[in-house]
Design a protein around this ligand. Structure first.
Ligand code: GLC
Length: 709
């Protein structure tokens, strides 16, 4: 491969090289223009989207025959026959839509996340896509930010889980194989800390925090072999990420060893002028390519300015060749030179198969989090009439979330449909609103399933919300039902964590169903009627109110050592509790799990700290349990968080059964970046905890640990 790449580079004109570093957006109206550019060898990549908000609005159906026509122009008519690579935002599903990434992370399940990624890649590969702009790996603890739904929450370790599983699912071990795509770890780096949760606002990161909180997931993606990385819009403490050589080259390439290519975000190079680091496009092009951005997304700033930048000595031809080398390497690894065309004879049934829908249901079931249950759940199927009501009772589109690509609402199962399928049409009444309808139907049932949530249109890119409280009208649905003497089960379909404190008193049970995808209504109904025992645990904190934001379980300690997240601290909050409504790692089950027989030892031979326990299922239902292991580095050369998730085990335990669990912490697990950016392990005392959540701790011991260097 290397020889072929060097031979191509040796033959390429500068225009052809700049063509390889340019991604253009494709719509029907631009087909001919793109075909011409491809024929001239000046089109390296297409993004199959008419705007950066592609995931949130209808996309025209791009015909495979037309995509093949453009590819034929590139491969068979251009001088060097370099194929075009088609990118698209396949974030959590192509035709079969899976739960949003934040929900998938709530499964704490590598296999399920990997399988979801594999299905979406397999479907997208039949629909004209070679490369997806996923996984999104921004760490975030601010639910005002609409894009929190796309990430894996506030914890670095879960971010690593999501990164590894997603890259493996999307690329497999050989991304030239059928059904595999190139993945893209995004947005490098720090986007999730946009000030005030305002999308694309500046992000204030110390290098210490950035390295210890935002970087781990990207390291995991690079270690998993991710083919590409996307530079982010945000500024990091004065440096726009897209113009930051420190982040895109020194850290990403030299420290992490990334060997793929970097693409900018949509128009991000063009926007450097807006961020005040460039007067003109030529300077912007030079800043970005010298920082480490190889391909320029849709603004054509590279194509139009790099030639003059080279003439002025602002950019070297060696850097251009390096960027082209990286792009060609991915195209070879994708097998595009051998198999550049799509099979046009693919039916919709061959894309959204029953197996894919079944997998989406499984992921959705494992992602849902039971927040409250006074014993009313599970219901018995067909035992009594239930009323399904509320603004999301019959909702379909919102359940697909904001980046649902080729998903179609007609394929989605609503909650009302899911409940009817299990409880029987004769025992289920549903109506999509609340208020007056309730009184009309009030005699029909003593059990109301109240479907609440948020629109997918206010989640995702460009959707900052200045408050996250559930609307009064929605709370009123549950309140009225309770005041009528009904049993109230709230099912909430949302992307970001919402403020639920005012809702809880009116509910006997609350199931957090997320924007759970095509099979979400079925999954929620199966949980309600006990066909599946809920096991999801929160990957992000649920604040009591907007005023608590930002709030995260792994917060830094302070000069008073206040653990305000864990115990009430009036110093921290005068007019409300300082603790969150629901903590990181929280989630209920229909059964009970009892932890016992704790053990701790340092295994000198294997140079690991081993923490063990037994978990017994003492309840009436088989179920999955996620056991969590937290560590607090008591004294270090830099202030470490009050605690950090360092390991977890998800185990299935039949009722009455017992499972042995062992957590193995390596030196690496206990290391951190010190304030000079060195990766260090410092022997000393660590408090080791085992818990059902970050607050519900079953075992805690302070131990001196000194693993061999
Ligand atoms: C958007 C998003 C990015 C997406 C890209 C292409 O602005 O920030 O996540 O992949 O543009 O749609």
């Amino acid at each position: 491969m290397k020889e072929k790449i060097e031979q191509l580079i040796a033959q390429m004109t500068l225009d052809e090289k700049l063509g390889q570093l340019t991604q253009e957006f494709l719509t029907d109206s631009r087909m001919e223009e793109m075909e011409e550019k491809a024929e001239k060898g000046e089109l390296g990549s297409l993004i199959l989207a008419n705007s950066a908000m592609a995931g949130a609005n209808e996309q025209e159906k791009l015909q495979l025959s037309k995509l093949n026509k453009i590819q034929r122009a590139a491969v068979e008519k251009s001088r060097l026959g370099i194929p075009v690579i088609n990118g698209r935002d396949i974030i959590h599903g192509s035709r079969t839509v899976f739960p949003i990434p934040l929900a998938q992370t709530a499964t704490w399940d590598y296999e399920l996340i990997r399988d979801a990624a594999a299905v979406m890649a397999e479907e997208a590969s039949k629909e004209g896509v070679h490369w997806t702009f996923a996984p999104m790996l921004d760490v975030c603890c601010d639910p005002r930010w609409g894009r929190i739904i796309e990430c894996s929450g506030e914890d670095p370790l879960l971010g690593c889980l999501f990164a590894k599983a997603s890259v493996q699912g999307i690329q497999g071990n050989d991304m030239s194989k059928p059904g595999k795509l190139a993945a893209c770890a995004k947005h490098f780096i720090g986007y999730g800390a946009s000030s005030g949760g305002r999308d694309k606002d500046a992000a204030e990161w110390s290098d210490y925090s950035l390295r210890n909180r935002a970087l781990p997931a990207f390291r995991a993606a690079v270690d998993a072999g991710v083919a590409t990385v996307m530079s982010s819009f945000n500024e990091i403490s004065g440096q726009p990420a897209t113009a930051s050589k420190y982040h895109l080259t020194d850290i990403l390439r030299h420290e992490l060893g990334f060997e793929g290519f970097v693409i900018s975000d949509w128009d991000a190079v063009l926007r450097l002028k807006c961020q005040g680091v460039s007067e003109d496009d030529e300077t912007s092009a030079a800043l970005a390519i010298n920082a480490g951005v190889d391909m320029d997304m849709v603004d054509c700033v590279y194509k139009n300015n790099i030639k003059s930048a080279i003439e002025k000595g602002l950019v070297s031809i060696e850097r251009v060749n390096d960027a082209v080398r990286r792009v060609l390497k991915v195209k070879f690894e994708l097998g595009l030179f051998e198999n550049p065309y799509f099979d046009e004879d693919v039916s919709p049934q061959q894309i959204m198969t029953c197996e894919n829908i079944q997998k989406a249901k499984e992921v959705s079931e494992h992602s849902m989090v039971l927040l409250k249950n006074n014993g009313i759940l599970p219901l018995k199927k067909g035992e009594k009439t239930v009323a399904v009501m509320g603004p999301y009772a019959e909702e379909k589109e919102a359940l697909m979330g904001s980046w649902h690509a080729g998903g179609r609402k007609e394929d989605v199962v609503s909650l009302a449909e899911g409940v009817t399928a299990l409880n029987g049409a004769d025992k289920t009444v549903s109506y999509p609103c609340c208020a007056e309808d309730m009184w009309i139907h009030s005699g029909l049932s003593d059990t109301y399933i109240v479907a609440l949530g948020e629109s997918h249109h206010i989640t995702g890119e460009g959707t900052t919300m200045v408050n996250i409280e559930l609307s009064a009208g929605q709370i009123d649905c549950a309140k009225r039902a309770k005041e009528m003497g009904k049993k109230v089960i709230a099912v909430i379909f949302a992307g970001r964590p919402l403020g639920l404190e005012s809702l809880l008193p009116w509910c006997d049970a609350v199931l957090w169903a997320w924007h759970g995808g095509t099979a979400c209504g079925t999954a929620a109904a199966e949980i309600i009627f006990g066909d599946f025992n809920p096991c999801g645990k929160l990957p992000v904190t649920f604040p009591r109110s907007t005023g608590q934001i930002p709030i995260q379980y792994n917060h830094q300690r302070n000069e008073l050592g206040l653990r305000w997240y864990y115990e009430q601290a009036h110093y921290v909050a005068r007019n409300t509790a300082s603790t969150p409504l629901f903590e990181f790692g929280y989630g209920l089950s229909y059964t009970e799990f009892e932890y016992s027989d704790f053990g701790f030892r340092v295994n000198e031979k294997e140079n690991v700290a081993e923490i063990s326990c037994k978990i017994r299922n003492t309840g009436e239902f088989d179920g999955w349990e996620i056991a969590e292991c937290y560590v607090n580095d008591v004294v270090a050369s830099a202030a470490r968080p009050v605690k950090e998730l360092k390991a977890f085990e998800k185990v299935f335990i039949p009722k009455g059964g017992t499972k042995d669990v062992v957590f193995r912490l390596t030196k690496n697990d206990l290391s951190f970046y010190d304030i000079r950016g060195n990766w260090v392990f410092e022997p000393g005392d660590f408090v080791i905890e085992i818990g059902k959540s970050c607050k519900d701790i079953c075992f805690a011991e302070r131990k001196y640990i000194s693993l061999k260097r």
